[in-house]
Design a protein around this ligand. Structure first.
Ligand SMILES: [Zn+2]
Length: 205
């Protein structure tokens, strides 16, 4: 894809996530790797109202080199790219059900592996990192450790961050994670039949 195509795709996916309620107001941010570095949604921008010629441009060293200033959550995006070799794009959302799950005081897997698409898009289990103020550099060590376990991480009292081989893949996985969190709430007071270890292993193989 050319840089222009990546810009247009980032705008299109941002609008789609916004229109379907995966992001509200100025919450959430997207980034994608380009030949020259990275493109990222600007600080305080709404995913629903991005324009292709007004995205933050960063070089390979994450210096801001063009366009508006990037989101202050850029530190989290950088951590995922540097830990996940397959990462070509990162999607960060404050989607409602993942954020709800991230506020629960319970122990154990944050979002259970109930469906095959969860396992295929997100993995066996999604780790959660403790709460840090948005934009804080202190999240870095915990986030890197969590992202080594898989492409998706839940941020306590905040939302999700997901890496993918493309913007579309990262967005699909972030949506799958949100719907899985919704499912977990729907069934949580009932007796649940999660996927068995053999079923999970078959999907991962
Ligand atoms: Zn955030």
């Amino acid at each position: 894809m050319t840089e222009q195509q990546l810009r247009e795709q980032l705008v299109e996916i941002g609008a789609s996530l916004f229109d379907r309620g995966f992001s509200v107001g100025s919450a959430g941010n997207l980034s994608v790797r380009t030949r020259d570095g990275f493109l990222m949604t600007p600080t305080n921008s709404s995913l629903g109202r991005l324009t292709a010629d007004s995205l933050a441009e960063l070089d390979h060293g994450w210096n801001h080199v063009g366009g508006p200033r990037p989101s202050k959550e850029v530190v989290m995006h950088r951590a995922l790219y540097e830990v996940r070799p397959e990462a070509q794009a990162v999607v960060h959302l404050h989607s409602t059900y993942v954020t709800a799950v991230s506020c629960l005081a319970e122990e154990g897997p944050v979002i259970p592996a109930l469906t095959p698409y969860f396992v295929m898009r997100v993995g066996r289990e999604v780790p959660m990192v403790p709460y840090f103020r948005p934009g804080s550099a202190e999240v870095d060590v915990e986030l890197r450790a969590a992202a080594r376990q898989g492409p998706a991480v839940v941020l306590a009292n905040h939302g999700s961050i997901v890496a993918g081989e493309s913007l579309e893949a990262a967005s699909n996985a972030a949506e799958e994670l949100e719907v899985s969190a919704q499912l977990a709430f729907l069934v949580r007071d009932r007796s649940v039949r999660p996927l068995t270890e053999a079923q999970i292993q078959e999907l991962l193989d």
